[in-house]
Design a protein around this ligand. Structure first.
Ligand code: GLN
Length: 482
């Protein structure tokens, strides 16, 4: 029994080692990880081919070319991105980020590059004409943004409430469908969205004018900041920066939604949507499957280990198992994901790649559930079985392994299948830490084409297909084992 446990622990250690180990490739040119907002057009948005474009994105690309560095882009919600910089998980953020005095205490900003201000937008049918019409109403703002701070600041004075969204598009949608009466957003972004077909109108003048800047953690990434500024100077001087801005904001500027406005709902079928977004969907699906598979296998190993610990004669082992299960079953998965991806690196200064953080989250969370039903399964084998085996002279470990566990395994297989399906669904939570899996892919596609119903239906169907396949596979395995 003990040997068995040791090898199991070694296996878990090995598996965790493999996923935690950061690839130690040292390239000649430095490579930085840079975060951006998932969708903040015209500054950043994903194109049909899954590429990131927009003023910030094109600017970053040109600067990196001029300054000889490469970068890996990690798009996530603005709020998570800001935290990821502070945790040292990414080196910098370019996300239409406003340079504010408060942020200056934790960020160093590059040369200010775009002047902005905050406006309020309402539904075209709304009779709200200004801030003073907001009494008793609820407005929408984006978590962690300057717009949200502004809304909160004036909410008392004008007597309204604020709800928060993680991405701009969901926020616009909430106003468009009438859940909230107004959205607070940066003027250039709001104006651009409206021009591209978002069904809202701006009713206030820009307030709280501020400049956008490239941000790095304070005193932590001077080298990157220097390069960014030097490159920015060059692209301003040679006219590239102006060209980029014109590309998106000039007359006939790039229409990121590709005629979404006149793509009336009945013209695009779901099938068209699938075809149009084929590669993005495929990538998202593959990421979801990767997370699920790696997560399930490692969580199963960890969970079985916890389950066995939970039925060991040693009180300490049982106590340990119960405590671990108690903690990780009790924590919401989103909190756990943020704790691992943002919290721990904040403390240790050591980066954890998002995928690794995601897998660890799955192992701890799903593993706790697995641990609970595994030990439950073993415990539910009639105690007489163990006693009979022991009285026949079998030592405890052998009696467990040969008599109790084989019966317990049969009891717990259905729970395993259930847990596999839950794991697949839970991976969607990991979109919050910037993993572009299937759910996040859906968010990105909607930001482009505004077809909320069709896109979410398509994503839902994709999940169902995969879940059906997984269920078939599990049933097939179950029959073999029984
Ligand atoms: N400019 C706003 C800010 O810095 C919003 C940025 C964003 O949502 N990407 O808070």
């Amino acid at each position: 029994m003990r040997k068995w446990l040791i090898s199991l622990m070694a296996l878990v250690g090995l598996a965790v080692g493999i996923i935690v180990s950061v690839p130690a490739a040292h390239a000649a040119t430095p490579n930085y990880t840079i975060t951006t907002d998932t969708t903040f057009p015209p500054f950043e948005f994903q194109t049909d081919g899954g590429k990131y474009r927009g003023i910030d994105m094109d600017m970053l690309k040109e600067i990196s070319k001029r300054e000889n560095f490469t970068y890996t882009l990690k798009p996530m919600s603005f709020n998570a991105g800001v935290q990821a910089v502070q945790a040292g998980q990414v080196d910098g953020i370019v996300a239409g980020m406003s340079i504010t005095d408060e942020r200056k205490s934790t960020f160093d900003f590059g040369t200010p590059y775009y002047k902005s201000g905050i406006v309020m937008a309402v539904s075209p049918k709304s009779d709200i004409k200004g801030l003073s019409d907001l009494k008793g109403k609820t407005v929408a703002a984006k978590t962690g943004s300057a717009g949200a701070d502004y809304a909160r600041e004036i909410s008392k004075k004008y007597g309204f409430k604020v709800t928060f969204f993680n991405d701009s598009n969901t926020m616009y949608n909430d106003v468009a469908i009438g859940n909230t009466v107004a959205a607070f957003e940066d003027q250039p972004v709001m104006a651009y969205a409206i021009k591209q077909g978002t069904n809202l109108k701006i009713v206030t003048k820009p307030a709280k004018g501020n400049w956008y800047g490239f941000g790095v953690k304070k005193a932590a990434n001077a080298e990157l900041l220097k390069k960014f500024n030097a490159g920015y100077d060059k692209i301003v001087k040679d006219g590239t920066y102006d060209k980029i801005v014109k590309r998106y904001l000039g007359d006939g500027g790039y229409n990121y939604k590709k005629n979404a406005a006149d793509q009336t709902a009945d013209k695009t079928t779901i099938w068209d949507l699938v075809k149009e977004n084929q590669s993005a969907l495929l990538n998202g699906l593959v990421k979801t499957l990767e997370l699920t598979m790696v997560g399930i296998i490692l969580a199963a190993i960890w969970g079985i280990f916890l389950g066995i610990l939970g039925v060991m004669p040693s009180k300490l082992a049982r106590g340990l198992s119960t405590t671990i299960i108690y903690i990780f079953r009790g924590l919401p998965m989103l909190v756990l994901a943020f704790f691992i991806y943002i919290g721990i690196p904040n403390l240790t200064g050591q980066k954890i790649p998002a995928f690794t953080a995601g897998v660890i989250t799955l192992i701890l969370n799903e593993g706790a559930y697995i641990g609970a039903f595994v030990s439950g399964g073993f415990k539910s084998v009639a105690p007489g079985q163990l006693e009979a085996a022991r009285s026949l002279g079998l030592p405890y470990g052998k009696a467990m392994r040969k008599v109790v566990m084989p019966q317990g395994v049969r009891l717990i297989i259905p729970s395993f299948i259930n847990q596999f399906i839950i794991t697949l669904k839970d991976t969607s939570i990991l979109s919050a830490i910037g993993i572009i899996e299937l759910t996040q892919t859906g968010t990105l596609i909607i930001a482009r084409n505004l077809q909320g119903f069709r896109v979410w239906l398509m994503i839902a169907v994709l999940y169902l297909i995969v879940i059906t396949l997984l269920t078939w596979l599990s049933n097939w395995v179950e029959k073999r084992i029984k």
